[in-house]
Design a protein around this ligand. Structure first.
Ligand code: NDP
Length: 369
């Protein structure tokens, strides 16, 4: 693509806007109508608690089925998302910008009504728009934060499937592309299978909804996490069987640590007496889990996620740094987040947190960091 056509593609086309809005409308309808477990969220600072309908997996499977039917009836092209990649990117960016402005305005209104409840609002327009004002804004009974992260993860899968269709049509769906696709499909399906675990994560319980999160969910997740797929479309990589096995091992170890750690914390929050690795849990101050993965490092779940991210890039070989964008970005993000989470926990748990840090000195990677 030359510079002129790239610049032209950056202007959102009507067809990309329609595709994007249809996707959101589908998600809103499926999210409120399809069956799913109702999960109580964390208790908020005002003592209330939101409830989340976790029907992401069924919504995703139905969407893929409907799209499959559309493709087989030739109503929609399987490569439409891959072919309109840049247009969709700019349409999603503009959408995120608009949504975050609306959220800012709505936040200011609610802030005026109860300013004593929002000490984090600085009055600095850029800061408050970027980080958001409200913790859990709702639209027609839908929790927007939960909605956007769901849209981002599903969007990532749709982009990947479309890129795969493009590579099959181009006759270059080689081992590396298949491997990358399989890892991502597994990761995304697993995410939705365990969607209820999202309800106790940092984004949901602590981050306010502003441009940073809306952009992160809607633009960053689908478009940058799929860089490896886009890159493989234009670059052929030969990988040996030994490299495939090594790559699968990185993925499996990463998955075990990532899912195991998140699961242990989730189970502990529900039942602090539940056994961890077959033994009664070690608990500090009745509040913090210090056994299992949480006794190895204070954020072992980040370590698992980083290994997974690396495994998504390894199929691309080492000829370019571009496919390693995701693990590099995630490393920076998770180190930054770990620091912020530590500060929040130190404030919340005080001496209990200090005791935990003494008992578990490693932040993410034992003996290194
Ligand atoms: P965590 O799931 O680690 O949640 C942190 C919270 O857990 C803390 O604020 C605290 O909350 C609680 N907690 C911390 N330590 C303990 C303990 N020892 N015992 C009990 N509770 C504890 O962080 P995130 O929400 O950031 O991450 C969730 C997952 O999402 C991770 O696997 C991460 O890798 C992944 N992620 C992926 C991203 C990506 O771009 N791919 C981006 C961000 C996250 P409380 O006040 O409730 O006790």
């Amino acid at each position: 693509m030359d510079l002129d056509s790239l610049l032209l593609a950056l202007i959102p086309s009507w067809s990309s806007v329609i595709l994007l809005l249809s996707f959101f409308v589908y998600l809103a309808i499926a999210g409120s109508l399809l069956p799913g477990k109702i999960i109580p969220g964390a208790i908020l600072s005002d003592g209330t608690r939101l409830h989340y309908r976790c029907n992401g997996l069924v919504s995703l499977l139905l969407l893929v089925t409907l799209l499959g039917i559309g493709v087989s009836m030739k109503l929609i092209s399987p490569t439409v998302v891959a072919d309109k990649g840049v247009e969709l990117l700019s349409a999603t960016f503009v959408f995120s910008l608009l949504v975050s402005l609306v959220l800012y305005a709505a936040g200011c209104r609610s802030h005026d009504q109860c300013s004593s409840l929002k000490p984090h609002v600085t009055g600095n327009l850029i800061h408050d728009w970027w980080f958001g004002i409200q913790l859990n804004p709702q639209f027609m009974g839908v929790d927007l934060k939960f909605f956007f992260v769901r849209a981002g993860m599903m969007g990532w899968l749709l982009i990947n499937l479309s890129v795969l269709a493009r590579s099959i049509q181009d006759g270059n769906a080689h081992r590396s592309m298949i491997l990358y696709q399989l890892f991502c499909v597994f990761y995304i399906l697993d995410y939705f299978f365990y969607e209820e675990y999202m309800t106790s994560t940092w984004d949901i319980i602590a981050e306010r909804l502003g441009f940073m999160l809306v952009f992160g969910d809607l633009v960053w997740i689908p478009f940058t996490f799929s860089i490896q797929g886009w890159w493989l479309l234009g670059n052929k990589v030969e990988i040996t069987k030994a490299a495939v096995i090594a790559n699968c091992l990185v993925f499996l170890i990463g998955y075990r640590v990532f899912r195991g750690a998140n699961k242990q914390k989730h189970i502990f929050k529900k039942n602090p007496k539940a056994h961890i690795w077959g033994m009664p849990p070690k608990v500090i101050g009745g509040k913090l889990l210090a056994s299992g993965y949480w006794g190895v490092a204070r954020h072992c779940n980040y370590l698992g996620d980083l290994l997974l991210a690396l495994s998504f890039s390894l199929p691309c070989g080492v000829s370019s740094v571009l496919p390693y964008f995701y693990p590099i970005y995630l490393l920076i993000l998770l180190i930054w987040r770990e620091r912020r989470d530590e500060a929040r926990c130190a404030l919340k748990y005080k001496e209990v947190w200090a005791e935990y840090c003494k008992l578990v000195p490693w932040r993410i990677l034992p003996y290194v960091y």
